[in-house]
Design a binder for this molecule. Sequence first.
Ligand code: HEC
Ligand code: HEC
Length: 228
Amino acid sequence: MKKKLLALSISLASALTPNLLHAEANSNTGKEKAAACAGCHGEDGNSMVSTFPKLAQQHSSYLIKELKAFKTGTRVNAMMNPLAMGLSDQDIEDIAAYYSSKKISANTLPTLAVDEEDDEQADADPNKAAKSDINQLIAEGSDLYRNGDIKREVSACIACHGPFGEGNKPAAFPAIKSQHADYLIKTLNDFKSGERSNNPENMMHMIAKKMTEQEINSVSYYISMMKP
Ligand code: HEC
Ligand code: HEC
């Protein structure tokens, strides 16, 4: 009788808390499983190549969502699709736990190519000077990030990605601070063209399609310089 009761209580407990039976995500196992990813994303998730996204410190909820999207093909990328197909759900959770536990690295201030002739014209034409100045570009990006452009219905990024670019874990809104500018520019253009469309209600497409090239560049440089 005791045994029966015990069995019953165990099965009840597991019915109520199925997550307890499911193996916990393990970042140590995740580190081993992520060995195949290091060549492109860096050993600790800080990639050296600016078109390969950094994964360090990213929310595990978002990493899991994206890896499942690559696996099922709803997010398309020739490099990532075949790799993700080889991962089980447990692999994905372990790898996500590993990268989310790492610290993202800071970027150095990029230099924009400016030739001397432009500089001379810049003295006479303040608008041109503004365009050629990286700090000015970052200031424009900061303004768009914080305030959006209400007239043109570009939503403020801060609403979902947070004041520090930290994202939102429960909602799986990605952290974007200190990401490589080149990757940010590429991925915002992919949202704009519809190439990347695996997000709820396509909200990033609705936002990016209204952004100009100048806005995509400036906000990307701003985000890339947000502190880790
Ligand atoms: C050959 C290079 C390469 C390898 C190896 C690779 N990746 Fe990627 N990964 C990329 C590229 C390029 C992208 C950006 C895709 C895009 O532009 O949409 C990416 C994107 C991602 C993203 C989405 C990041 C984001 O911010 O949305 C995740 C997550 C990811 N990779 C995880 C992994 C994992 C886990 C592995 C190992 C199993 C791995 N990658 C191996 C090149 C690679
Ligand atoms: C209503 C909420 C919302 C707003 C506002 C918003 N985003 Fe997003 N953003 C998201 C979500 C959700 C995703 C994840 C999309 C996915 O799963 O593919 C995302 C993804 C991104 C990514 C991809 C990150 C990566 O690692 O691949 C970038 C870059 C980005 N947003 C930039 C911006 C910028 C710049 C703005 C402001 C102009 C902005 N977002 C405004 C919700 C939002």
